[in-house]
Design a protein around this ligand. Structure first.
Ligand SMILES: Nc1ncnc2c1ncn2[C@@H]1O[C@H](COP(=O)(O)OP(=O)(O)OP(=O)(O)O)[C@@H](O)[C@H]1O
Length: 248
């Protein structure tokens, strides 16, 4: 049985579990609760879409799942680790070893070529030259950019830059990739191609993707869709199931 099939059968632990997560921003004397008692289970080796209108709290939630930010209350488990118990340094290491990130503005280093951008996290991890070369070449080919290795970001289209960013996010074989509105700065055709590529990466590498969007069309690509409104879960739809269930 493949990992994916096993996961669908419920035999594998989820890649992330959020229990009663709360986050409030404080500005001067005003407190704004942004995430309100959220429970989420992110399945392993699945493509999960977090769907909600602007301001519903998608980025705030992804930042907490991605261990960039901490909740005020509740528990977050990522890759079987209770991340709230880690010190800031340990959390940084955990993030680098387990989580990849893709951003809407690509966040590539402009002075590095496509090859070097993908290689960078491997250099930071101390991987050997042979390992780096093998991995980068494999990923460049996987994202359809085998012939653009030497191009700098400024010499690539938006869609090509996002392909480099996807390859970079996968470089260290993360368990989870977080993509915050990765198609927001792309035209609809390029955005659809990027979505299809992420779907392929989930199927090929059995990595879990969690992708935020306010475009309901992205649901088609997802295994699971989590509907967020005003910082609370409105429902969760798992592919193959009819209707939306309550919080997982
Ligand atoms: N650092 C901050 N300080 C204060 N308020 C914040 C901060 N970051 C976000 N907010 C507020 O929290 C709410 C949720 O923001 P968030 O960016 O998580 O939403 P979003 O769903 O990702 O929105 P968008 O789709 O527009 O990116 C918004 O009302 C926003 O104004």
């Amino acid at each position: 049985m493949t990992e994916r099939k096993a996961d669908n059968a419920g035999n594998h632990r989820p890649v992330a579990v959020l229990t009663q997560v709360e986050k409030t921003y404080h500005m001067d004397s005003v407190s704004v609760p942004v995430i309100k008692g959220v429970d989420i289970l992110v399945r392993r080796a699945c493509f999960t879409v977090l769907l909600g209108p602007s301001g519903s709290g998608k980025t705030t939630l992804l930042n907490m799942i991605g261990c960039i930010d901490r909740p005020d209350d509740g528990e977050i488990i990522v890759a079987d680790c209770k991340v709230g118990e880690l010190t800031d340094d340990a959390l940084s290491d955990f993030r680098a070893n387990n989580i990849g990130f893709i951003f809407q503005n690509f966040n590539l280093l402009p002075v590095l070529s496509a090859y070097e951008n993908i290689e960078y996290p491997l250099l930071l991890a101390g991987a050997s030259a042979k390992k780096r070369g093998d991995r980068v070449t494999k990923l460049l080919n996987a994202v359809g950019l085998g012939d653009k290795a030497r191009n700098f970001p400024g010499q690539l289209s938006g869609g090509q830059r996002q392909r480099v960013a996807i390859a970079r996010a996968l470089a260290r074989k993360p368990k989870l990739v977080i993509a915050d509105e990765p198609t927001a700065n792309l035209d609809s055709q390029t955005g659809a191609a990027i979505l299809a590529l992420m779907r392929q990466m989930v199927d090929r590498y059995h990595v879990s993707f969690i992708f935020s969007s306010h475009d309901p069309d992205v649901i088609k690509a997802a295994d699971d869709t989590i509907f967020l409104k005003d910082g609370a879960i409105e429902g969760i739809r798992r592919k193959g199931e009819t209707g939306a269930e309550g919080a997982a």
